[in-house]
Design a protein around this ligand. Structure first.
Ligand SMILES: Cc1ncc(COP(=O)(O)O)c(C=O)c1O
Length: 415
């Protein structure tokens, strides 16, 4: 596809074997994980068939080929997020691993303050609660506006209150709860004025919108490849070289040291320092294939396609009295995520019926954002449809029609 043209959704769909099958489901659980293109599936299989080796160790042909593949993929990951130095990209197993590496990597002092939002995934919450227990770190939460958009004034006040103790601001870039984006570049400026580091949890942004870590101004950025066409078990942590080179590795051992004897060891610099043990090489092969496909597209066209689908999904259901869509009214502020709080109906039951009635795959529950749902007394969570750029307008309409039929039937309106 040439850049600047409208997205060729049909052409994009052809890359995904499951989407070309008759009666394929309407897959709208993309915030959990995306589908995989044939090139990714083939790359994983090719690794085990033709090149089953490890990087950075063996000097035989297979080993050298995998070493080159890992370096290439690291460069491609850096390109995807516009990072200038590929060495600053660390392979992890997922965004959760990346965030845990930050929490374990920083050398905390008692009383250090971490600020997050009130809409964080547990992966960007529990590591700070653990740091609180282990090191006496204080966790402060910035309340969002009632429509879940970011309250920058409340954030500025929280930074001012923390004063010199502010050590880290760790915010979700785009929320998996509601698709709402936090203005990380503004957050970074304010946090840096207070001498703090900034981490953006990019698990839901790197797959959907263009990312430029230098424009975001953050110091650390985490994401997962299984949410962006790649295999499961591969994530990445990007960070400023000086910050990462000061981190203690979570996994110390093979590959992480320059030298060791029975009394001491000297850690290598990044990326090796933070990539202990043999890696997930089949996954990294698949990651390269995923990035090669993404590189053929303009991520802003992905974003536009997903908002268009969300408009159809949101407009198709919002008239129902049992429905409140979480987040701002305008789908353009919610990316591809339509997260529905249901009154007087069982969310899990509706989720199961969506599949049984019309093979529409959505997610029902708390989506690991327990903190926010608990604060709203919404115990059963929400029904979340999350679109990706391969979803069609017909699928978005099918979601809305199926959902309305089920709700009408469960409430007795259709009888
Ligand atoms: C916003 C956000 N952060 C972090 C994560 C954790 O990602 P992973 O399970 O890949 O570690 C997710 C996963 O859904 C997420 O949506």
């Amino acid at each position: 596809m040439k850049r600047g043209e409208f997205m060729d959704v049909a052409g994009f769909r052809e890359h995904f074997p499951v989407l070309t099958e008759d009666n394929c489901p309407v897959y709208l659980d993309n915030a959990c994980m995306t589908l995989r293109p044939k090139t990714v599936i083939d790359a994983v299989s090719d690794y085990y068939t033709n090149n089953p080796s490890c990087a950075g160790r063996s000097v035989h042909r297979w080993g050298m080929s995998i070493s080159r593949m890992v370096s290439r993929t690291r460069r491609k990951l850096a390109t995807h997020i516009h990072a200038s130095n590929p060495q600053e990209v660390i392979f992890t197993s997922n965004a959760t691993h990346s965030i845990n590496q930050i929490a374990s990597g920083l050398k905390w002092k008692k009383g250090d303050v971490v600020i997050t939002s009130d809409r964080e995934h547990n992966s960007n919450l529990i590591p700070w609660l653990q740091a609180k227990e282990k090191f006496g770190v204080e966790l402060k939460t910035v309340q969002s506006h009632p429509d879940n958009t970011f309250d920058i004034e409340a954030f500025e006040n929280a930074c001012a209150d923390a004063g010199d103790s502010l050590r880290l601001v760790s915010m979700v870039h785009v929320g998996n709860l509601d698709g709402v984006e936090i203005p990380i570049s503004d957050v970074s400026k304010i946090a840096h004025d207070h001498g703090a580091l900034v981490h953006a949890d990019g698990a839901q942004s790197a797959p959907h919108i263009p990312i430029d870590v230098s424009a975001l101004g953050c110091d650390l950025f985490s994401f997962s490849l299984h949410k962006m066409l790649g295999p499961t078990g591969v994530g990445a942590l990007w960070g400023r070289e000086d910050v990462l080179n000061d981190f203690e590795p979570i996994l110390a051992g093979g590959g992480t040291v320059e030298d060791a004897d029975s009394i001491s060891y000297k850690l290598r610099t990044i990326p090796d320092r933070l990539e202990g043990g043999l890696g997930h090489y089949s996954g990294i092969c698949g990651t390269e294939a995923a990035l090669d496909l993404l590189a053929q597209y303009d991520m802003s066209e992905f974003a536009a396609q997903e908002v268009k689908l969300n408009q159809i999904m949101s407009d198709g259901i919002r008239h129902l009295p049992e429905v409140s869509i979480i987040g701002p009214e305008n789908p353009a502020q919610r990316g591809g995520i339509c997260s529905i709080s249901l009154h007087n109906l069982d969310v899990q039951n509706v989720g199961i019926l969506m599949d049984e009635v019309n093979s529409v795959f959505v997610r029902a529950g708390l989506h690991c954002v327990n903190q926010w749902f608990n604060s709203q007394n919404l115990e059963q969570g929400s029904l979340r449809a999350s679109a990706y750029a391969y979803n069609t307008e017909e699928e978005a309409k099918c979601f809305a029609d199926t959902f309305c039929d089920i709700v009408d039937s469960l409430t007795g309106r259709s009888e």
